[in-house]
Design a protein around this ligand. Structure first.
Ligand SMILES: [Zn+2]
Ligand SMILES: [Zn+2]
Length: 253
């Protein structure tokens, strides 16, 4: 499986792009930078979106892509997540106030988006992939994903503070190749990180140790104004498992 990093930043400033990853050209994992980093042809190829939660830095691309793609799709794009996240999407974003309800435009049958609820932790099939949504610990309902194909698996944490269940599930994932993990704030802001449901480099190190996983951990979602400080703190830990997810790079899992 190839993962292209469309955006790996926790904030938007010129040259930095919000969280979004593209799996094998047709599946988005969160959408922060999707509309600004993919051209129209690439957007038309998207078949499904794995949505961790509805915060704007992860859902923005859904709103903008819908506007681009309406009337141009042969079939609806599936949005996969747990019911709490999909309900929030309908209630707070596609509510005909903040944005038109693109789950029923142009009509129910041929809408831009079709919502596909996933059961907590239970695998769902999507083409050749098996997708598991696992609840994590953030300020709103949020899931991480464990994605597998016939050969291998990877984990995407979404936004979370210290968490537990996704590591239990990941230990049983078939041929796990890597983890995409959030880290947002420097260590001196641990209290704010805990309150807002995010990690610091100290949390990151503790989570890696707790997980027992021996694979690379690619860090995303660092807040731009603290990027250098977080990079320094991560470098000082000298943990060979930790890498920063680089925007524009492609990783093979
Ligand atoms: Zn969030
Ligand atoms: Zn976020």
């Amino acid at each position: 499986m190839k993962i292209r990093v469309l955006g790996a930043s926790g904030s938007k400033l010129p040259g930095l792009h919000l969280t979004s990853f593209l799996l094998d050209r047709s599946i988005l994992i969160d959408t922060g930078a999707a509309a600004s980093m993919m051209d129209f042809e690439e957007q038309k190829r998207v078949q499904a979106v794995l949505l961790s939660h509805i915060h704007i830095d992860h859902s923005l691309g859904l709103l903008l892509m819908a506007d681009n793609l309406v009337g141009c799709l042969k079939r609806s794009i599936q949005i996969l997540s747990v019911p709490e996240v999909l309900d929030g999407l309908r209630q707070h974003l596609f509510n005909n106030q903040v944005w038109p309800d693109f789950t029923s435009i142009p009509n129910n049958k041929a809408a831009v988006f079709k919502l596909r609820p996933l059961s907590n932790g239970r695998p769902a099939k999507l083409d050749k992939y098996r997708i598991r949504a696992v609840p994590v610990s953030h300020s709103v309902p949020t899931v991480g994903f464990i994605v597998s194909d016939d050969r291998s698996s990877f984990v995407y944490t979404g936004d979370t503070r210290a968490t537990e269940r996704i590591w239990q599930e990941a230990r049983h994932a078939k041929n796990l190749k890597g983890v995409l993990i959030e880290t947002s704030f420097p260590n001196r802001m641990q209290q704010l990180a805990d309150l807002s449901g995010h990690m610091t480099p100290n949390t990151l190190a503790a989570e890696i140790a707790k997980s027992g996983l021996k694979v690379p951990f690619y860090v995303f979602h660092v807040k731009a104004m603290h990027l250098e400080e977080v990079q320094r703190e991560i470098a000082a830990m000298k943990n060979p498992q930790i890498r920063l997810a680089v925007e524009g790079a492609t990783y093979t899992f």
